[in-house]
Design a protein around this ligand. Structure first.
Ligand code: MBD
Ligand code: FE
Length: 285
């Protein structure tokens, strides 16, 4: 299509994602006992060893793996690889105690501090932003039903061609990214456009694995959100659209039935409207 898409390479998106994933993440595990590090590292290695033994992995296969792992780093695709094939289980374990909203994985393309839009407004978009207009109304409550006035709803999503601002080149900064603040009743109203199904980059190391294994590279169309309120657990989720052919075979295994929206034609005949609210779990101290 345009030059924008010719330059939206895996290496470019990967480099941005790697750059944005700050190295200070190690601070959070500074007090981890050696015993736990040893246990986790040993179990992962044992799983690799047993795969090699069971399947009689050859030197050619070992060398291909080694070369491929090197290229994951060179292409900046560790964030993509981990978020697509590992994060969903971490999310499952981290949130299994919750009574409130289901969440799902964050993925590689969140950027904090998106422009503020108050309780109601339009996300930043280009004047000719392609895609069906979508008006989304909802309410943020605690598990006991109380409205969470002032709750933050951070939204980010791909455009109608599957590209994320700040990661694909040629898209204005903050395009389709915004922060909303729930009103006194916990309510918000978001105007955006429907995103497209998303194909993860196929020209880098992750794409090589997908092609070599005969998998597909698709995620269903999705809206990403982080919903937060004082005294409550941060909810990271994605919302999906009914009937998307990839809802049942998301490459990132991140779809849950509770996260599928039910949009309907807007009353003014212009695009679609949808209602979806969030229930946050109080923090346990
Ligand atoms: C995405 O947009 C995404 O949400 C995930 C989880 C992985 C790759 C791209
Ligand atoms: Fe995404």
């Amino acid at each position: 299509m345009t030059a924008i898409h010719e330059t939206a390479t895996a290496a470019a998106s990967g480099a941005s994602a790697t750059e944005r994933f700050k190295s200070d993440k190690l601070a959070g595990v500074a007090n981890t006992p050696k015993e736990r590090v040893s246990l986790l590292a040993r179990e992962v290695l044992e799983a690799v060893h047993s795969t090699i033994r069971r399947n009689k992995v050859t030197y050619d296969e070992y060398n291909a793996l080694k070369s491929w792992l090197i290229s994951v780093g060179e292409d900046g695709e560790w964030p993509l690889f981990l978020d697509v094939w590992v994060e969903h289980v971490v999310e499952e374990v981290a949130t299994e105690h919750r009574q409130g909203n289901k969440g799902t994985i964050e993925g590689p393309y969140y950027v904090p501090d998106a422009p503020e839009r108050g309780a109601a407004g339009s996300v930043p978009m280009r004047p000719d932003e392609p895609g069906t207009p979508l008006v989304w109304t909802g309410r943020v409550t605690s598990t006991d039903g109380t409205a969470l006035a002032g709750a933050k709803v951070e939204l980010w999503h791909a455009d109608a061609e599957g590209f994320y601002s700040q990661f694909a080149p040629g898209i204005p900064e903050w395009n389709l990214r915004a922060t909303f603040t729930a009103d006194a009743d916990g309510k918000f109203e978001i105007r955006t456009v429907r995103p497209a199904p998303y194909q993860i980059p196929t020209d880098g190391a992750c794409g090589k694995l997908i092609a070599a294994a005969g998998w597909h590279a698709w995620r269903p169309a999705h809206l990403h959100v982080k919903v937060s309120a004082p005294g409550h657990e941060l909810l990271t989720a994605q919302l999906y659209f009914p009937g998307d052919e990839h809802n049942d075979d998301d490459i990132a295994s991140a779809v849950k039935p509770e996260l599928v929206l039910a949009p309907h034609p807007a009353a003014d005949g212009h695009g679609e409207a949808v209602e979806y609210g969030f229930v946050l779990d109080p923090e346990v101290n």
